[in-house]
Ligand binder design. Structure first.
Ligand SMILES: NC(=O)c1ccc[n+]([C@@H]2O[C@H](COP(=O)([O-])OP(=O)(O)OC[C@H]3O[C@@H](n4cnc5c(N)ncnc54)[C@H](OP(=O)(O)O)[C@@H]3O)[C@@H](O)[C@H]2O)c1
Length: 322
């Protein structure tokens, strides 16, 4: 399988590292970061790309653009791992459309374009006889899309509940375990590298809501948008609320929930029994699917990370080549 990769940040580098270290049968024939790009139909060494990026801060030739990689390189699948823009999906949306219109598969970890333009991108892929795969956009390493597509094929999914943001889960876990205030737990999450300098997108529930939109549209072939989700973040939660929940053997988690029959599409802090399988600790993610035949299934795993996200991308790539 020949791939062109857009983005050499944490995720792009994790992917290149795994391609370099493991015998995956994946060859990089195009690559771009924000400042430069490289195209070579004979293949570019992933190890050398990582070394070059490390040494000088960019990967290739500054006269070549990312769009030229998409439109000129010789590849089977475009791996789109540039930053997420939740409002417009750009520039990823333009890259993805250009690749699909060339009849190339697309594999992405970028939530923006999938949440914004799910139906039109799926339709475009279908028209060109290729696939759009996005396992890595929701819950990092957890293979929920593969599970829905294969293991649970034929089931009717009645509801989905998830803990989809590791930063929020880390903060809530620490507030409950140590009696920390929200601000103290957030500061600790920043020190541990779990929270961004500006954590708004995570703690206000937006990131979780985008992932819920992607999950829900995938399961029910829907057209939900971010604006359809009722969202409450965790930034107003008090230590007292968590202590009260703890006293009753419950805890509080930021839960994403979609139940079409009840018209529920929401993200909110919820009180749940500590024994519930969704109650995972630290930065872990968890997803519970309620189905008609298989009953309730919960998947737990790492929701982010360089190699963990690469695992989801590679799963999609090898599915395409298999
Ligand atoms: N990190 C995670 O654990 C994780 C998990 C799941 C999903 N994701 C998603 O995966 C994507 C990548 O995440 P990340 O953590 O790797 O991001 P990141 O560290 O910010 O890296 C983004 C990369 O994209 C490049 N880039 C920016 N604009 C570009 C453009 N116009 N053309 C080509 N390349 C461009 C950047 O170039 P420079 O190197 O030149 O700055 C950088 O290499 C995001 O959409 C993110 O939401 C991340």
């Amino acid at each position: 399988m020949k791939i062109a990769v857009l983005g050499m940040g944490a995720v792009g580098r994790g992917l290149l590292r795994m391609i370099d270290e493991k015998d995956l049968g994946i060859t990089v024939t195009g690559i771009a970061d924000s400042k430069s790009a490289l195209i070579d139909k004979n293949g570019i060494s992933a190890g050398e790309l990582l070394a070059a990026k490390n040494e000088r801060g960019y990967c290739g030739d500054k006269t070549i653009s990312a769009m030229e990689v998409v439109t000129r390189a010789d590849y089977d699948a475009l791996v789109e791992v540039t930053p997420t823009n939740a409002m417009t999906g750009e520039p990823a949306l333009t890259f993805i459309r250009a690749a699909l219109s060339r009849g190339k598969h697309v594999v992405t970890s970028n939530k923006g374009p999938i949440a914004r333009e799910f139906c039109s991108l799926k339709e475009m892929a279908r028209e060109h006889g290729v696939q759009l795969r996005y396992e890595a956009t929701v819950a990092g390493a957890i293979p929920v899309m593969h599970m829905l597509e294969h293991g649970l094929a034929g089931n009717k999914v009645q509801a989905v509940l998830g803990i989809l943001n590791g930063t929020c889960n880390y903060i809530l876990t620490r507030m409950a375990a140590e009696g920390l205030t929200y601000d103290q737990a957030l500061m600790e999450a920043r020190e541990m590298g779990y929270a961004e300098a500006d954590p708004t997108y995570d703690v206000k529930g937006t990131d979780t809501a985008i992932k819920l939109v992607i999950l829900s549209n995938t399961i029910w072939n829907g057209t939900a948008q971010l604006e359809d989700v009722s969202i409450t973040g965790i930034d107003q939660l008090t230590t007292d609320a968590l202590r009260l929940a703890e006293e009753q053997d419950h805890t509080i988690r930021l839960i994403a929930e979609a139940v079409p029959e009840k018209n529920i599409l929401r993200v909110a802090p919820r009180i749940i029994p500590k024994s519930h399988p969704l109650v995972v600790e630290g930065s872990l993610n968890a997803i519970t699917l309620e189905t008609d035949m298989a009953g309730e299934i919960t998947l737990i795993g790492k929701g982010a990370g360089s190699v963990e996200t690469a695992s989801a991308l590679i799963g999609d790539l090898l599915f395409l080549s298999g």
